[in-house]
Design a binder for this molecule. Structure first.
Ligand code: AMP
Length: 283
């Protein structure tokens, strides 16, 4: 596995890879890798010939008050995990390599970024869309792998490739969880043992919504109300939003659809956690 920090090195290596007819899979990450990230790398290894993992804590997707400076950066450990998972190349640029000081142009997401995570984190998805566009321009992958854990993010990346004619196939991989049900996240390291126990209520309420969803006795309105109520009654958890939305538009439609997605964001202590689960009438 090669590990490079400059755009020109990536381009040089990938030129030869492409010439040899291999397909390229890309897994964009911010590092502090866990089993969730590794599942994306493994899917990429299965579905493409040459896997590029990018590790970049992107400053433009953090608001000034967010955790950019304290975001975990265990690079040596991450490199070891990438190699074990079968990655061929890691691209780990500095912020200066990615953003020249004269940088002028960025990607702006439309109304898909106004709701939910976007409403709580203004500018966040413009930062994500811009850095993913740049990474796609550097790597020019055939496929790129994202986690369902960041549901709105993968929706926006899909819409971005559609609207900007970016020829990358987006593959969304299922959320990997601890045995307790807690969705794996690099931010879980901030949680104390007690906070972890509180955080588990998030996935438990999603699971209950999933079980209730096909039941005609449960209206969408009642499901949303109960989801919120259960989390509001959880001590130590401060709910940001909890709702059930259309999986593509992320809008709160009024009638149950074959497939919908329940999405939650909540703060436990100082840590903001997000999770979601697909709900289906057929389960
Ligand atoms: P991050 O490093 O947090 O930017 O995440 C990089 C990629 O890993 C994103 O596509 C995330 O959705 C994905 N990811 C994060 N946590 C999980 C998880 N628990 N299961 C599956 N994918 C995940």
């Amino acid at each position: 596995m090669q590990n490079v920090t400059t755009i020109s090195e990536v381009r040089q290596i990938l030129r030869e890879v492409r010439q040899s007819g291999k397909t390229i899979g890309c897994v964009p990450t911010m590092g502090a890798l866990h089993e969730g990230h590794l599942s994306l790398i493994e899917a990429a290894v299965e579905q493409s010939d040459f896997v590029v993992v990018t590790i970049f804590v992107n400053p433009t997707q953090f608001a000034p008050h967010e955790d950019l400076s304290k975001y975990p950066r265990p690079l040596e450990w991450d490199l070891k995990l990438c190699e074990e998972a079968g990655a061929s190349l890691v691209f780990n640029p500095s912020a200066e390599e990615m953003y020249g000081k004269d940088s002028q142009i960025s990607v702006t997401v439309g109304s898909l970024a106004d709701c939910w995570e976007g409403a709580s984190r203004p500018g966040h998805f413009d930062g994500v869309a811009t850095v993913v566009t740049k990474l796609f321009n550097v790597v020019q992958p055939d496929l790129a792998f994202f986690g369902a854990k960041d549901y709105q993010q993968q929706s926006i990346i899909r819409a971005m490739c559609r609207d900007l004619d970016i020829p990358v196939k987006i593959v969304t991989c299922p959320t990997i969880r601890e045995e307790s049900g807690l969705a794996l996240s690099s931010r879980n390291v901030y949680l104390s043992d007690q906070e972890r126990e509180i955080a588990v209520h998030i996935s438990q309420s999603l699971l209950r919504a999933k079980e209730r969803y096909p039941d005609v006795e449960w209206s969408l309105k009642q499901l949303r109300k109960t989801l919120r109520q259960e989390l509001n009654e959880t001590g130590g958890l401060e709910l940001d939003y909890a709702t059930i939305v259309d999986p593509t538009t992320l809008e709160e439609v009024s009638e149950k659809q074959d497939t919908m997605v329940a999405i939650i964001a909540a703060r436990v202590g100082t840590t903001r956690l997000i999770d979601n689960m697909e709900l289906s009438l057929r389960s």
